[in-house]
Design a binder for this molecule. Structure first.
Ligand SMILES: Cc1ncc(COP(=O)(O)O)c(C=O)c1O
Length: 395
């Protein structure tokens, strides 16, 4: 065991089952350990490094800002916060933005906003929030309550009141739970942590219609799907269904911590002064990095490239399915997963690491791919070749 790992074992709470490797450097699609071994990264820090590790534009923006002003807290104005909010607003829902530091915090703000809006419009009884089974929205008490995965929730009960869970893509089940006591529907357009399950266009359209009918907010958690991951800047664009509120985080700051809760104009003023806050939220350094990230994502041809590489990777995975090596292939853009048909996913991830490839499994049978969006075809081929070898004779 390296001294770095030993130190973690002794002093860091054991809330993660970490892979047995410590990285010291990252560049593009590769990470490096202390011995100089190189690893091809198909996890991208769970989609925080969408532009690859230490993208020069992100590093330059963060370094420049850090040398000028790191943070002031939110009692004052700083230039990068306003500029980033304008950019996000103009690229998405057109309203205002609240900045925090993580995905869970972005969702926490959305949940509070929905409760407040419900109360403003229809009094004390409009507080129910509907989320989807197998979804993931974070680990704080409110976002854990929104995360309808019993195993994650059980140790922390009692949870918050007022949450109802429905199965994904089941319009009738959603309709059955909707009434005027619902203040919001919160969902991921593609369930990420749950194993890469895209929601159907019909379902998103029905959610939009039902939310409107009952005066509820439609809120999309785009923490993982957002910012080019699915081949569009935001996953809601695939179905053409715009939410009232959207949350972003992960890759927004180019791997620096930032969360954003974005509203349509009608909901921009629901939370007023003193109703929500974050000391660090929207600090100049992550905001400067995020402006650099967005400028890369909206550059000509960037998203076309993501789609081309996503299609290519998917075609190779589909071929593995034809060859009987995997039982399922799912996803959108460069947010992909394979089902292995037997509980060998953790073993494959371990073997991949020994072969200099970083993979992630969402369950015993499912491997999820979140490579940097700048991944190259040859890298995709290398990963697929590894999988072909690893899975031959295993499943
Ligand atoms: C869709 C989604 N929402 C929320 C979160 C929570 O984000 P964070 O870990 O930054 O709190 C995640 C993290 O994986 C996520 O995938």
């Amino acid at each position: 065991m390296s001294d770095i790992i030993a130190q973690y074992e002794k002093y860091v709470m054991p809330t993660y089952a970490r892979q047995p490797v410590a990285f010291v450097r990252g560049s593009g699609c590769y990470l490096y350990d202390r011995e100089g071994n190189r690893y091809l990264d198909f996890v991208a820090g769970l989609s925080i490094n969408n532009l690859g590790h230490c993208h020069p534009a992100v590093v330059a923006a963060a370094q420049k800002q850090a040398a000028e002003l790191i943070n002031t807290c939110n009692l004052y104005y700083t230039q990068p916060g306003g500029e980033l909010a304008q950019l996000i607003s103009e690229l998405s829902l057109g309203g205002k933005v609240f900045f925090s530091n993580s995905g869970a915090e972005a969702n926490e703000c959305a949940i509070k906003l929905a409760r407040k809006h419900g109360r403003d419009t229809d009094g004390d009884n409009k507080y129910r929030i509907i989320t989807l089974e197998n979804g993931f929205h974070g680990r704080t008490m409110a976002t854990l309550t929104a995360t309808a995965q019993p195993a994650k929730q059980e140790p922390f009960k009692p949870l918050l009141p007022g949450f109802t869970y429905v199965p994904r893509n089941d319009i009738a089940a959603l309709e059955a739970e909707m009434d005027d006591s619902v203040c919001a529907i919160l969902l991921e357009p593609v369930q990420g942590e749950g194993g890469i399950y895209p929601l159907e266009k019909d379902y998103l359209e029905a959610a939009r219609r039902l939310a409107g009918k009952h005066g509820a907010l439609l809120m999309f958690d785009e923490v993982q799907t957002g910012l080019g991951r699915t081949g569009k800047l935001f996953a809601y664009e695939h179905a053409g269904v715009k939410p009232d509120v959207m949350t972003l985080s992960k890759s927004l700051g180019g791997a620096l911590p930032i969360g954003a809760t974005v509203t349509a104009p009608a909901y921009s003023e629901v939370l007023g002064a003193g109703m929500h806050g974050s000391t660090f939220g929207g600090g100049p350094v992550p905001c400067a990095a995020a402006i650099a990230v967005l400028n890369e994502l909206i550059a000509d041809g960037f998203l076309e490239g993501v789609n081309a590489r996503g299609d290519y990777m998917r075609s190779l995975l589909e071929k593995m399915k034809e060859d009987g090596l995997v039982t399922g292939v799912r996803g959108l853009g460069l947010m992909l997963a394979i089902d292995l048909g037997s509980p060998v996913a953790a073993d494959v991830v371990t073997e991949a690491l020994k072969n200099g490839i970083i993979l992630n499994n969402t369950s015993a049978e499912t491997i999820r791919f979140l490579p940097p969006l700048v991944v190259e075809e040859g890298m995709i081929e290398a990963v697929v070749e590894f999988l072909q070898t690893a899975l031959t004779g295993r499943t």
